[in-house]
Design a protein around this ligand. Sequence first.
Ligand code: PLP
Length: 385
Amino acid sequence: MRHIAKFVMDTAGGERAKFMTAKTPAGLIRLDSGSPSFATPPHIVDSVKQAIDAGHTGYILEKGVMPLLEAICESIAADTGATVSPSQVLITNGSSSGIYAVMTCFLDPGDEVIVFDPSYSLYPHVARQIGAVPVPVRHKADYQLDIDAVRAAITPRTRLVMLNNPNNPTGVVYREADIAALLDLCAEKDLLLAADEAYCKLMQPGQVHVPVMKYHQHLDRLILLGTFSKSYAMTGWRLGYLVAPPALIDYLYGIHRAINGPICNFVQRAGIAALRGPQACIGEFNAVYHRRAALMQRLAAAIPGLYPAQPQGAFYLWTRFDLPQSAREVKARLFERGVAVRSGSEYGSGGEKHLRISYSVSEETIEKGMAVIAEVVAELAREAS
Ligand SMILES: Cc1ncc(COP(=O)(O)O)c(C=O)c1O
């Protein structure tokens, strides 16, 4: 049999991929989705039709189309007061390829990258793929950042910290004081920090997202990973960007281009429409996410043995369970019974005994899915007793 690299077996042969490639049973209730359930707003869709008609179909030989680079700089200035030049922005294939470029650009084999545990599973996957070492740092009990734990994890091989705010899978929005302390620590230790702010516009009422670019004194060590996927319901368009200090951006451009080639020309025009067009869609999405989060939280809290966290951002409910089975086993049983969720352990060992349940689905689907979850949790508890 042909030799398959260990990395591929560990990743593509691993839990997530096996689950993703498993045959989807008819009628499966998808509470595992990372995709907004909304259609892309019509003004964004129209902009791409016009862009195609206008002939924007050739290669883009620069880091991105200039009006999009400018629109990104304007939105950063409006949100954070930071002055960023279009030459510091690179358009990426969603933020996934930006994450890949950042790790590939700054980590040699054996170099260490700090990843909060739990957080988005792509970070350790990519780090391992290039021979670097993901160093998991647990959160505090409330899933906020533990700065002392970060300090303790830093070694002479540490190069980079990956921050994911709001956090996938916990839905936690990090506190301002902790973000400031983390950035100060990065400065003290001369580390880069890459901030994945994919869900920054999807906030529950009363929550405030603190963008890292607000800390202007740290701009020389900050890389922002942005995406249109979640905020504008554009996951399938594959449009993201990264912003980096002037001294680093061209290295990122070079490596990104080698892996991805240029990003689709007319889709970039849709990004301009998204940023410069009406923003009402985001408020509308958030109002719906708020209702769904409240419903899911209430139903989960009523299930004996589940201890859901209060959703703060993104569109995930994070819940601890008090059962002897592992998160993987609970997920597998739910899948057999027709409900897909994500096991917390996919996001790091700190996610063991947890599930991530997506509320990016209709209220009817939430009700149906949570009813099955209640049955399965009761069944697993009976089997254990
Ligand atoms: C935290 C986080 N970052 C990045 C991404 C990648 O999204 P995209 O490549 O669509 O921008 C995801 C997708 O689920 C995510 O959850």
